[in-house]
Design a protein around this ligand. Structure first.
Ligand code: TYD
Ligand code: MG
Length: 457
C-alpha cells in the first residue's frame, strides 16, 4: 500500500500547503483550504508516472514541422468558428457550462457527425443506454461508424479503453467525475481534477490525439476546480445562455490556437442543438405595434454583428426604495446610465422603478448597448415608442457624451442589410464610416440630449 499524505488545497487557485491556512498566500482568498489525502507517487501505476515517456530533443524552430493547417473540422460551423477553424491534433480542450445547458448534447452531437474520425466518448455521468437514448433524440446526424461509447470513471481503465479502441478523438464527460488511483481524495476534488487533467494532457501531447473535456461550473460562474486546470488545457470554451430560452452562446475564454473574439450561436431544440448562422433575425421580436420602452441595439459579439432588442419598463416606485432590475445587462452599468439621464436630461428617475431586459435571454457585454439602453429607458419614461425600424450603436459616457464604438462599419452595414431605416451613432464615429452608410440614414449625435430630441420631440 502506498504511503498516504495529507495536503491542503486552495479551492480557488489550487495552491498546495502541508498545513491548513486561513488565507491563501497565492490568491488572497479566506477560508478556501480543503484537506485532501494524496497517495505518494512512488508506488503509483506506470500510467501515472508518465505514459510511455518519450525523450524529446531540442530542435531548431525552423526544423519543427508546422501542423497548423491540419485542423479537423467538427462539421459544425459554429463550433469550428470558436475553435479557430477546427480541432488541432494533440490539443486538450475544456468545455464549461452550467448544468443542463447542453454540454453533453453538444459533444455527443459533434461525435455523431464527425463520422470521418474514430471517437471514444467516455461518460462518467451517464450509462451507455442513456447515451444511446440521447443519440436517438438528436436527429439528422448522419451515420456514425466508429463512435464508441463507454461509461467509466477510473482514469486507469479509461486508458485501457483508449489502448483497445485506439481513437482519434477522446471525449471525457466530465472531468469532475473521473478519478485516478494515484490520488486518494474523492472525485471532483482539486488534486483529482489536477492529476486527471495532467494525465490526459500528457496522453494528448504524446499521442497527438485531441481530448475534449467537460467541466462543471460552480455557483458563482467559474469553472469548478482550480484555475490550474485552465492553465493546463489549450482552450477553454464556455457554453452559456438562459435555460428558459433556446439560445446558447459558445465562447472561447482562452484559445492557444485561435482568437477568443469569435462566438458560436446555437438553439436548443427538441432534437438537439441547431446552428444559428443569422442570430439577428431571431433575436428581434419583429413587432409591428409601436410599443414604448423597446429599442434595438446593434451590438457585436466578437466580430459578429448581433442585433438585440432592449426592453425597459419605468414606473413610479410604490415602495420607498425604487426597484432596479436588469436581465442580461450589468446592473451597475444600468445605474450609471440612470444617473447620467437624471443629471443630463433632467428626468427624475431616482423615484422610479426601472426594469431592463434583453430579449432572447442573452447576456451581451458590448458597450455599444448603452445608447439603446438609455433610449429604451427614456422611451418608457415618456411613454413614446421608438420606431422598430431604428437601431442604436454607441457608448454613453459619464457626462452624457455619446462615444464611438469599435467596428462601426460592420454594424451600420448589417443594419442596412437587415432593413433598418435609421441608425443612431456617435458623431465621432462618422469619419470611420465608408460606403456602408448607403441604404440607411445615419444619425450622428454628440450628447444624449440630442438623441432624445431627435426621437421624442
Ligand atoms: P445536457 O447536454 O444534458 O446538459 P449538460 O451536459 O450541460 O448538463 O442538456 C440537457 C438539457 O437539454 C435538458 O434540459 C434537455 C435539453 N435537451 C433538449 O432540449 N433537446 C435535446 O435534443 C436534448 C438531447 C436535450
Ligand atoms: Mg452532461
Amino acid at each position: 500500500m502506498a504511503k498516504a499524505k495529507t495536503y491542503y488545497f486552495c479551492r480557488e487557485c489550487g495552491y498546495q500547503s502541508s498545513g491548513w491556512l486561513g488565507r491563501c498566500p497565492e490568491c488572497g482568498k479566506w477560508n478556501t483550504f480543503d484537506e485532501e489525502v494524496v497517495q505518494s507517487v512512488a508506488h503509483a501505476t506506470p500510467q501515472a508516472k508518465g505514459r510511455g515517456q518519450v525523450a524529446s530533443l531540442p530542435k531548431r524552430i525552423q526544423d519543427v514541422e508546422s501542423n497548423a493547417t491540419q485542423r479537423w473540422t467538427t462539421r459544425c460551423d459554429e463550433l469550428d468558428r470558436v475553435l479557430g477553424g477546427g480541432i488541432v491534433p494533440g490539443s486538450l480542450l475544456l468545455l464549461g457550462g452550467e448544468p443542463g445547458i447542453g454540454k453533453s448534447t453538444l459533444l455527443l452531437q459533434t461525435a455523431l457527425v464527425m463520422s470521418h474520425v474514430r471517437i471514444l466518448y467516455v461518460s462518467g455521468e451517464e450509462s451507455e443506454e442513456q447515451i444511446k437514448m440521447r443519440a436517438d433524440r438528436i436527429a439528422g446526424t448522419g451515420k456514425p461508424e466508429e463512435c464508441y461509447v463507454v461509461s467509466e470513471t477510473v482514469m486507469e481503465r479509461i486508458f485501457e479503453h483508449i489502448d483497445a479502441v485506439k481513437p482519434q478523438l477522446v471525449i471525457v464527460d466530465s472531468i469532475q467525475t473521473v478519478t485516478t488511483e494515484t490520488v486518494e481524495s474523492g472525485a471532483g476534488s482539486i488534486s483529482q481534477i489536477r492529476e486527471c487533467t495532467t494525465q490526459l494532457q500528457r496522453y494528448a501531447k504524446e499521442s497527438n490525439v485531441p481530448v475534449l473535456l467537460v467541466g462543471h461550473i460552480t455557483k458563482d460562474g467559474t469553472l469548478a476546480g482550480p484555475k490550474v486546470m485552465e492553465h493546463i488545457v489549450d482552450a477553454v470554451l464556455q457554453f452559456e445562455g438562459d435555460r428558459n430560452y433556446g439560445f446558447r452562446i459558445l465562447r472561447a475564454l482562452k484559445n492557444r490556437f485561435g482568437s477568443t473574439a469569435e462566438i458560436g450561436i446555437f438553439e436548443m431544440r427538441g432534437n438537439g442543438l441547431c446552428e444559428v448562422s443569422n442570430p439577428s433575425a431571431l433575436l428581434l421580436s419583429h413587432r409591428d405595434e409601436q410599443l414604448s420602452g423597446a429599442a434595438v441595439a446593434a451590438t457585436l459579439e466578437g466580430v459578429r454583428p448581433m442585433f438585440v432588442e432592449v426592453q425597459s419598463l419605468v414606473s413610479s416606485a410604490v415602495y420607498g426604495t425604487p426597484q432596479r432590475n436588469a436581465n442580461g445587462f450589468d446592473m451597475r452599468r444600468m445605474n450609471m446610465l440612470l444617473a447620467v439621464l437624471e443629471k443630463r436630461c433632467g428626468f427624475k428617475l431616482g423615484a422610479k422603478d426601472v426594469f431592463l431586459n434583453m430579449a432572447g435571454g442573452l447576456r451581451v457585454s458590448d458597450p455599444a448597448l448603452d445608447l439603446a439602453v438609455a433610449c429604451s429607458i427614456l422611451s418608457s419614461n415618456v411613454d413614446i415608442a421608438v420606431s422598430p425600424r431604428y437601431c442604436f450603436a454607441a457608448e454613453v459616457g459619464l457626462s452624457g457624451e455619446v462615444r464611438p464604438v469599435s467596428r462601426i462599419g460592420s454594424r451600420v452595414g448589417e443594419a442596412a442589410r437587415l432593413g433598418f431605416e435609421r441608425i443612431f451613432i456617435s458623431k465621432y464615429d462618422t469619419r470611420n464610416l465608408g460606403n456602408e452608410r448607403q441604404g440607411i440614414e445615419v444619425v450622428a449625435v454628440g450628447v444624449i440630449e440630442e438623441a432624445f430630441r431627435a426621437l421624442f420631440s
